[in-house]
Design a protein around this ligand. Sequence first.
Ligand code: MGD
Ligand code: MGD
Ligand code: MO
Length: 784
Amino acid sequence: MPNNDNQQDQTTTYTAAHWGLYEISHGMTEAMTISPYRHDPNPSDIGRYLNHPHVEALRVQKPAIRKGWLDKQQGNTAAPRGGDQYIEVSWETALDYAAGALRKVKQQHGNQAIFGGSYGWSSAGRFHHSQSQVHRFLNSFGGYVRSKNSYSLGAAGALMHWLVMPMKDLMENHTDWQTMEKHCELFLSFGGSKYQNAQVSTGGTAEHRARGGLNAMHKAGVRFINVSPVSDDIETGGNVEWLAIKPNTDTALILALAYTLQKNGLHDHAFLERYCVGYSQFERYLTGETDGQPKDAQWAAAITGLPSQRIEQLAIELSSHRTMINMAWSLQRADHGEQPCFALITLAAMLGQIGLPGGGFAFCYGAENLLGSPHKHVFGPTFSQGKNAVEHFIPVARIADMLLNPGESFTYEGQTYQYQDIRLIYWAGGNPFHHHQDLKRLSEAWQHPETIITNEQYWTPSAKMADIVFPATTTLERNDIFYAKREPIIAAMKQAKLPEGEAWDDYAIFAALSERLGIADHFTEGKNADEWLEHLYTNWRQALKEKEGFELPDFATFWRENEANMPQSNEPVIMLEAFRRDPEANPLTTPSGKIELFSQSIADFGLDDCPGYACWIEPHEWLGSPKAQQFPLHLISDQPKNKLHSQLDHSPHSRKDRIHGREPVYINTQDAKRRGLHYGDLVQVFNERGRCLASAVPSETVREGVVRLATGAWYDPQHWQNDQGGLLEKHGNPNALTADVPTSSFSQGSTAQTCLVDIQAWSGESLAVTAFDLPSLTTDNHNV
Ligand SMILES: Nc1nc2c(c(=O)[nH]1)N[C@H]1C(S)=C(S)[C@@H](COP(=O)(O)OP(=O)(O)OC[C@H]3O[C@@H](n4cnc5c(=O)[nH]c(N)nc54)[C@H](O)[C@@H]3O)O[C@H]1N2
Ligand SMILES: Nc1nc2c(c(=O)[nH]1)N[C@H]1C(S)=C(S)[C@@H](COP(=O)(O)OP(=O)(O)OC[C@H]3O[C@@H](n4cnc5c(=O)[nH]c(N)nc54)[C@H](O)[C@@H]3O)O[C@H]1N2
Ligand SMILES: [Mo]
C-alpha cells in the first residue's frame, strides 16, 4: 500500500503528466531527477524528459508580441501571421495590449466575436488546467463561443448516447482486465489495442495496466484476432491473427458478420427482444429488403479486401465463444465515422453477450489507460468554469469552417446553428497547428481574426501563429493535485523548480488580465493559486464524505504525506452488467431506455449521411474510390509512440525515432519496391492538398496500399503562407495532407483517418528542418 511504503526517501515529491505519475528527487537548486512512480508496473518514459535541456531550450521566455500585429495597431501595413518576428515586452505591456484587444472586440462586436474553445490536452493537475482557466476567465468577461466534443471522439461522442450511453460513461465502465483474463475466450479487435496509446490517461495514471492486461489474457489462453490495415497495433506476447483490411471499410465487414449470423439463425433473439429496439428495421437493410443488396460475405469481400470464406467462418467463431469485440477510436475519426460505431453495437447485440463478463463490446481497450481499470470510480475535485452567457458553439473540428464562413449555418445532432464572426481567439493548452486537418486551409482561416492570444510553454507552431504570446509555467513549476478517474491514489504535485524565464501560471495570467478588465473578484474570488488548491480539496473531501461515505485526510495531512489512498472496491467491473440483470430497474439513458439498433430520433433528423441504423456509406477518399487512381495509397495518421500528440516532440525521446530528423513513413515493401524506395530515403508524401517530407521505412507491418505516418511532428512549412507551388511541410506532419471535411452533418467530427496520398523519392532542393528553431525575437521595443 503506498501510504505504508518506507522506500520513498524524504526529499521525493511527485509530479503528474498525462503519461504517468513521476517521483522527483531534488532540491530547488540541485539537479533534479524524474523517475516513474515506484509502484507503476509498466511506466512510460515520456515524462522523464519533462525537464530536459533540449525541451527547455524552446521555452517561451518572455511575453512576446508579433511585429505585424503591432504594426497594424499603429495603422501601418503589416506582415500576416506565420513566420513573423516577435518583440519581447514586459508583462505590463503585454497584459495591457491583450486587455485592450479583449475590451475593444467586446465593445465593438460583443462576446460572440470571441472564440475560446481552446481545445487541447494541456497538462495534468486539477487546478492548473488551461482549458478550465481560460473558460472561467472568458465566462467572467461575459462569455465566448465554445467548442463541443473532441477530435478524439467526434462521431462517437455525438452518437453513442443515442444508441447506448454517453461516451464518458462508456469509457469509465469498461470491463476490467482481470475479468477479461478470467472470462474472455476470443478477443476480436478492429484497429488493435495499443498499449503504447495506453501510456496516456487524462490527468495521469499511477498504474499502467494495458500491457499487463493483454499479456495476462494471452497467458490465460484468449485467442486474438486483429482486423487492421497494420499488423503491429496489438502485442500480447503471443500469436495474433491479422486480417489486413482496407482502411475505412470495417462497417462492410461487420455488416457481413451480422448477415452471416442472421442467415444461420445464430443471432440471439431473446437478447434483441428484451434489451434492444429496432432490430427488425436494421434486418431489412441487412438482408437487402430495403436496397436490393444483401450484405453478405461476397459483397463485403469486394469492399474490404478480405476473403469471403474467412468472413463467414469468423461469424461462426464469434457466436461460439465468449467474445469481446473491441474497436479503436481511429475508425470513427473518418468519413461517416458513426457507422462503425453503430455496426459495433449492432453486432455485439446480435451475439447477445453484452453485460456478461468478458463478452460484449469495448471502445477501446488501449486507447487510454483508464479503460479496463479495476479501481472504484469516484468523482474528483473540480474548478468551476462559471456560466457562459454566449450560447453559440461549434463542433470542435469545424474551426476553419467557422473562421472562413461567418454567418453560414451548420447542423449538429439534428439541429441547425450559425457560425459567428470571430474577431478574437484566445487559446491556452492546445496546439491547433498540430491537431487540425488540412493545415494550409487553417493557416488561411487564421488570418481572419483581428487578434489571436495564446498562453504557451514552448514556441510551438501555434505560438508562432499568435499575436500575443504569454509564457506559461509547466507542471514542474507549480503546485497542483493529481487525481484521475479510477486510480488507486491521489498525490500532491509539488513545485520542483523555479519558473523558466519570466513564465507565469495560466491562473496568474488570467488573474492579471481580470484585474485590468475589472472582473478580478469574479475570476479569483480573492484567492491565490495555493488557496484554491486547499479550497478545491477541502470541498471535495466534504462531498466525498457526504456522497460516498469516504474520508480523505485533511489538506495539511495530504500535502505533508504527498499522497492518499482512494476508496477500493472488491467488485469486478462488468460493463452493462446491471442493465442485463434488470433492464427495467436499470434502464439506459437512450430515448427508449434500451440499446437502439434503429434510432427513430436520428432517422427523424432526415440526414442522408447518417440514417437511423448501421449502414455502409462509401467514404469520399478510400482505396475503392476513383481518386485512388491518382493517389493510390491510404494514409493512416495514428498516435505517436513516444509523446502525446505534439507535446515534447522536441525531447530526445521523441526525436530518437526520427530518421534524418524526419518522421518515418511506413510503406508496404511491395509499394516501396514499385517506387524504388529504400529504408531511410527522403520522400515526399503528397496529394492535392499539400506535401510533406518524411523518411521511408519499407515494412511488412502495413498492408499493401497503406502508409502510416504518426501525428505530432511540429508543423514546419517551407513558407507559412502564399505557397505558390502548394504547401510543402518539411518535418512529416500528416495534417499537411488530411482533409478538413466533417464525419457527417450529424456529428461534424474530424476525419483525420480518411485520406489518399502518393509517395515518391524527394528530388528537390535540400531543406533543413526548422520546426525547433525559435522565431526571430527582438527586445528592441521602440515601437511598442
Ligand atoms: N492527422 C491526425 N490529426 C490528429 C489526430 C490524428 O489521429 N490524426 N488526433 C487528434 C486528436 S484525437 C487529438 S486529442 C488532438 C490533440 O491535439 P492537442 O491537444 O492540441 O495536442 P497537444 O500536442 O497535446 O497540445 C497541447 C498544447 O498545450 C501546451 N500546454 C501544455 N500544458 C500547458 C499549460 O499548463 N499551459 C498552457 N498554456 N499550455 C500548455 C503544450 O505545450 C501543447 O502545445 O490532435 C488531433 N489531430
Ligand atoms: N503514446 C500516445 N498515446 C496516445 C496518444 C498519443 O498522442 N500518444 N493520443 C491519445 C488520444 S488523444 C487519443 S484520442 C487516443 C486515440 O486512440 P485511437 O484512435 O484508438 O488510436 P490510433 O493510434 O489513432 O489508431 C489505432 C489503430 O487503428 C488502426 N486503424 C486506422 N484506421 C483503421 C481502419 O480504417 N480500420 C481498422 N480496422 N483499423 C484502423 C491504426 O492502424 C492504428 O494502429 O490515443 C491516446 N493515446
Ligand atoms: Mo484525442
